[in-house]
Every structure is written in C-alpha cells, then in structure tokens.
Write a protein that binds this ligand. Structure first.
Ligand code: SF4
Length: 655
C-alpha cells in the first residue's frame, strides 16, 4: 500500500491549510510525518522512536499517515498515552478533526480499565436490603440515589457520566474491580458494562487506552491485550518505565488480610460446606490468621520503625511469623477447595468464594515475595507504614516484549523528552526497547529570542539550615519582579508549604494557587483564566501544564530534580550499579525531568519569558553538562547570599 507524501497534508497549501484557516506550516511537523510514513512503508518490524518538543504537532504528524494506512488496509491502531488529559483531547478534538482532514469516518473510542465502569453484581448487592444499600454509603443519600437512577438508563456504565468525584464512597461502592470480578462465573456477564466496552472496541479502527491498562494485561496478568492492533503508537513514551514498574509492583498490608477475612465468602462459605467440622475450622482459622498477620505487622513495626524505608530482609522472628501465616492461609484455602473448584453452573456464592480465594492466594504470595529480599536483587523492597512493597529497580526484558507481543507491523514511541542531550542511551537502557529508526525534531519556535535561563546560585546545600528560607526569598523576589504569571515547581512538599506561606504573608496583586488546596484540574483552570496568578506545585506539575500566552511568563525550579537518596528504588539501583548509577541513571533522568519542567514555558510563537533554576550546579558542574539537555538559549547567572533582604534579583550579565 502506498501512503501519499506528507507534503499533501502538511505543506503550505496542503490539506491542513485548506481546512484550518489558522494552520501554520512547521517543517519539523512535516518531517516527522514523513518519517512516520517511511516507518509504515518499511513493513513489519519497524520501530520509530521520535522526540518532538512542544509545538511540533506530533499527534497529527503520526496519526495522519497511520490513519491513511488504516483506512486503506483495514489495519487497527492502538494509541497509548499516560494521562487522562491527552486521552480526552484525542477523543474530543484530535480524532474527529483528523477524520475530517482525511475525509474518513474511522470509528474510534477510549477503552478504560474495569474500575471506570459500574459493576452490576456490586450494584445488585448494594441495593439488596440489609447489605448496606445505596442509602447507607455515608453520603446522605443524594449520590446513591443518583447512581440508582443512572443505572436504569446508562448505556455504557461509564462512571464518569455521573460527574461525581471519583473518590465518592457511592461511586467506589459500585465500581467494578479486576480483583473482585467474577469473570466467566458472573451471572450478569452478558450485560456487564466493561465486557461490553471490550466487545465494542473490537470494531474501532483507533483504540485509545493508557499504559496502566496495557501493562495490567501484559505484565500484571500475563495475558495479551484484549484488542489486537497492527499499528501501535505510544505517546508520552518517557512514562513507560514508571508505568511498567507500577504494574509489576507488589504490596501487602495488614489491612489486605483483614479485609479478606471480613469478606462474606468466609461466613457464607462456612455455611455452604456440608461438613460441620470444616465450617467450624474455617471460623477458627480465619481468626488465627487475623491474629498471626497482626502479629507479623506489629513485629515489623518494632523491627523497622521508620515510616518509609528500604527493607533489607526479615529477621529470624519475622521469617518464622511469615511462615506461620503462610501455612494457615494454605490450610484455609484447602478447606475452600470444594467450593472454588470450577463448576459448570456455579451459584453466586460459589463464584464469590472462588474470586475471594484467588485474591487470598495472591496476598499470601505477595507476603512471601516481599520477604524474600535476598533472592531477587534486581527488585527494590521497602516497608511503608504497616505494609511491605516491592518493585523492579532495574530494567526488565518483559517491558520491551510487551510491545512486541501482539506482533504489530509498526510501532511508534514519541515524547517531548526521550533523550538526554540528544542521546537515546538512557531511555533505551531503561526500556530495553531497540528502535529501528530515530528522529529528533527541533523546536518550531525561536527559543533564543523567546526565552532565557536564569541560574540562581545560593551557594547552599539542601542540608543547610538556611536553605529553605533562602530559596523562598528568591522565589518571592522572582515572582514579584515578574508581576506573578509564574509556575513554581518544587521538589518537596515541605518547601511547597513554605513557599506558599512566603508568597501569602502579605497582600499581593496576584492570586497564589497551591497544589493540594484544590483538585489539579481546578487549579489549572484557575491558573489559565487568571493571567497574573501564580501556581505552586511539585513534581506532578512538570507535565500537563499548557498555558500559552502571557498567563505563564516565568517558570521557577528549585533545584536539579535528583531523586531523594533515601528512595528505596534509588537505593536498590545504587546497590546494583554502584558508582556508575549516578552517570547511567540518576543524572540522565534528572536532565530529562529538568527539560520537561523547562518545557512548560514556551508553548506558542508569541510566548516570552524566563526559566529560573535555583541551583548553581547547573553551570558550575560542567562535567554534568546540564545546559546541553535544556533549550540552547541565553543563560544568566545570579549569585545570592542568605541575606537577600537588601538585594534585587535583577539578573547579572550573560554567562
Ligand atoms: S463480569 Fe465482573 S465487572 Fe462485570 S458485572 Fe460481573 S462481576 Fe461485575
């Protein structure tokens, strides 16, 4: 199949210019689209890794050739993203517009994880009298009534239709859950909303989903993704290692056991068993397991009192206690065997018992895994509160295999930040993905004319007692000198609180918005609408903040975003790689995070502003070569002391 040259679409008098009066020709976009076309024409096995900074228009650049190919050949596209905002933009805006540009009507849709749909079993249970019906969810009844009425009419069962907060107890009470789903044993399986969504997705030409859902099948459950595809597009590909790691992660807590032992399968299972002696033993065993797990986690608390800390392995007492719990859980599971063995027509009680037993088996396994620290050196282990957790600390081959598992013809990985200083090594090492083609687009903006980078050198280490106050003073002066319109990105919640107090301690002519005080989407809406406001956030605000124009003319970053040295994942990585961990992992990752943060500033040709980094090492540590990872623009350096009161932050001369 031949795909027309991309000039036909992206050229000065191409299809996009014809349809959109505001279309601006961008060579970087046309080149990326052409590279995507060549990848598709290259045949099966082609893998393109593409980095394109903000403003290139990479979604259109990849989807126009891919959708053209899909329309001509019947191929299916799976488009993976990390976050909800991009998914919503694709479904509401980009895909309808692309169909119009291409003169097509390719069906598309958003496939969500099970937890986004109502579960008919849970709904039926909740509405039964005496089982905590809808009016007893603790919400005063309004939300519960709304859900009951909605369930009568909804076609999709998608909980977002309710427009209730996702953490509403009423919504949580009716949401489906992979771990509690009865699957093929479910009496409602033919009407199940999440199953229906999966059936419908088989007919879509473009399926949009997120990495969490993708990896929950491929890595979490070891199953293929339920919608096969021929063209796989992975946007926000810098988030892949983190998403894969969280799908592989395991955790176990005292609450997990307590919840399972409270489950109705325990009481109902006992009454369903024919032998009275087994029923009695179930009740006794569940009590013993409750006690022994409480003893395990109490002992853990005594031996490892820190709130969150790397777990280096169980002592003899903990190991013994884990074995006791493990043995008793096995005994309980054996008693349930007659109820949970697969039966042709299981009744609802048997189905629930089977799912419960599976979950208990998983929790027992997680406890075993999380205490076998010495056997898996490439995993990080940590204790957090009354729980143990574990996640892969080093890259693992299964990640790359996930993308190849359905044998798609062409795979695309793209992001604004995949390289560190133009080098792909870090991302390739972390994902073990081996692209066949690489493409790096330059910025479509005149960055040297539009922005500068100000490096503020306080000469202080983060451990210095005066560090926080000095950084807050610098932030205050920078924000004042800019008249607001600033995004402040901080590396700790402690500093975030102090900076908020510093900016609010006197009346300002701009509003100060602070992470945690309102939902993120609401904060971003206010920040976008109030052009002089200041938004203070931590790591999560390095991405997804897109404010073109004069509402954002300054980004302040408190320091090079190295991870906390006490982070169990960092400690495990250090133990594995020794001194090389810094140059192989920690430094490249920090550069990519810094690039992401700086990328918030210039979002259109009209934008102007400065990025201020309060960390003198950006320029001092020439061996780290940090400026190579940032936009190639004018740098200024400002040296300040802790006695900032009399000083201005007017930048000194160019470096
Ligand atoms: S199949 Fe699973 S999610 Fe669907 S209604 Fe049944 S239990 Fe709920």
């Amino acid at each position: 199949m031949d795909i027309p040259p991309m000039e036909n679409f992206f050229g000065l008098s191409g299809r996009l210019a014809e349809i959109f009066p505001s279309f601006e020709y961008r060579k970087q976009q046309a080149d990326l689209a052409e590279e995507a076309r060549r990848t598709l024409l290259g045949g099966p096995g082609e893998i393109l890794a593409a980095e394109a900074p903000p403003g290139v228009g990479k979604t259109f650049a990849l989807l126009i050739p891919a959708m053209t190919e899909a329309a001509a050949t019947g191929k299916k596209i799976l488009f993976l993203t990390a976050g909800i905002p991009l998914q919503e933009q694709l479904i509401r805006k980009d895909l309808p517009a692309l169909n119009r540009v291409l003169g097509l009507s390719l069906p598309f849709g958003l496939l969500k994880g099970k937890g986004n749909y109502a579960c008919l079993v849970r709904a039926a249970e909740a509405s039964e009298s005496g089982r905590g019906g809808f009016l007893s969810f603790g919400d005063g009844g309004a939300a519960s009534m709304l859900i009951a009425q909605w369930l009568e009419t909804t076609e999709t069962g998608d909980l977002s239709e309710l427009r209730l907060p996702p953490d509403s107890p009423a919504v949580a009470g009716v949401a489906a859950s992979s771990r509690a789903c009865l699957g093929f044993r479910c009496p409602f399986k033919d009407r199940c909303f999440s199953r229906k969504a999966l059936r419908e997705a088989q007919d879509w030409s473009v399926v949009v989903a997120n990495y969490h859902l993708f990896f929950s099948y491929l890595l979490g459950a070891g199953k293929p993704f339920p919608v096969p595809c021929d063209i796989l597009i992975c946007d926000e590909a810098h988030r892949i290692p983190e998403a894969a790691r969280s799908s592989m992660a395991m955790s176990v807590s005292a609450d997990d056991f307590a919840r399972l032992l409270r489950h109705r399968a325990v009481s109902e299972g006992a009454s369903l068993l024919e032998h009275g002696s087994s029923a009695g033993r179930i009740a006794a065993l569940s009590g013993e397991i409750r006690q022994e797990t409480a003893r395990f986690f109490d002992l853990l608390e005594v031996k490892v009192p820190a709130k969150k800390v790397s777990f280096t392995g169980p002592c003899e007492e903990l190991r013994y206690q884990q074995a006791v719990v493990s043995e008793k859980v096995l005994e309980l599971l054996r008693l349930f065997a007659p109820l949970v063995d697969e039966q042709d027509e299981p009744d609802p009680g048997q189905s629930a018992a089977a799912v419960w037993a599976e979950e208990l088996r998983r929790v027992r396994y997680a406890l075993q895994w999380c205490t076998e620290v010495k056997n898996y050196p490439s995993w990080a282990y940590w204790k957090e509160g009354r729980s143990l957790a574990s996640a892969p600390a080093a890259p693992f081959a299964e990640l790359a295999d996930s993308f190849l598992s359905g044998a798609p013809d062409s795979i695309f990985f793209m992001s604004a930040t995949l390289t560190a200083g133009g080098k792909w090594d870090y991302w390739m090492r972390e994902t073990k993905i081996e692209p066949t083609r690489f493409f790096i687009a330059g910025s479509p903006f005149d960055l040297p004319a539009q922005m500068e980078i100000l490096v503020v050198d306080t000469g202080m280490d983060v451990m210095n007692p005066a560090y926080d106050d000095t950084v807050c003073s610098v932030i205050e002066k920078l924000v004042e000198s800019n008249g607001g319109s600033t995004l402040v990105l901080l590396s700790s919640l402690r500093l975030l609180g102090k900076a908020a107090r510093a900016l609010r301690r006197k009346e300002r002519h701009y509003t100060v918005l602070v992470q945690g005080e309102l939902p993120r989407s609401e904060l971003l809406r206010l920040f976008r609408e109030d052009r002089t406001s200041v938004l203070i956030g931590s790591a999560s605000f390095r991405e997804g903040v897109d404010i073109p124009g004069d509402g954002l003319t300054q980004v302040i970053i408190d320091r090079i975003p190295f991870p906390h040295p006490g982070d169990p994942l960092v400690q495990a990585r250090n133990a594995l790689e020794g001194r090389a961990a810094f140059s192989r992992t920690i430094l490249p990752e920090a550069k990519m995070l810094l690039k992401q943060a700086a990328g918030r500033l210039i979002r259109s040709r009209e934008d102007r502003g400065r990025v201020a980094i309060i960390d003198g090492r950006v320029l001092q540590r020439r061996d780290w070569n940090i400026p190579a990872a940032l936009p190639q623009v004018k740098y200024r350096r400002l040296v300040v002391s802790s006695n900032l009161a009399a000083k201005s932050v007017a930048p000194a001369g160019p470096v």
